[in-house]
Design a binder for this molecule. Structure first.
Ligand code: ZN
Length: 66
């Protein structure tokens, strides 16, 4: 079990192809407004030039702010 970094709900990370997808206890994909907003805001910054490492760093920075 881990927690959604955006809303702190308990979720499980499932591998789906090349990306990890957060899944709730009942098996549905987790979505929350906080997560949607965060994804929207980092897509706005650099739509194509961010590497996965840079995105990870950016997400860590968001976590530290909380
Ligand atoms: Zn969430």
């Amino acid at each position: 079990m881990s927690k959604c970094r955006y809303c702190n709900k308990e979720i499980t990370w499932m591998k789906e192809g090349r990306k990890n997808v957060p899944v709730e206890g009942d098996g549905t994909v987790h979505t929350c407004q906080e997560r949607k907003d965060a994804i929207k805001s980092f897509k706005k910054i650099e739509p194509t030039t961010l590497s996965p490492e840079e995105i990870a760093k950016y997400e860590q920075a968001i976590n530290k702010k909380k």
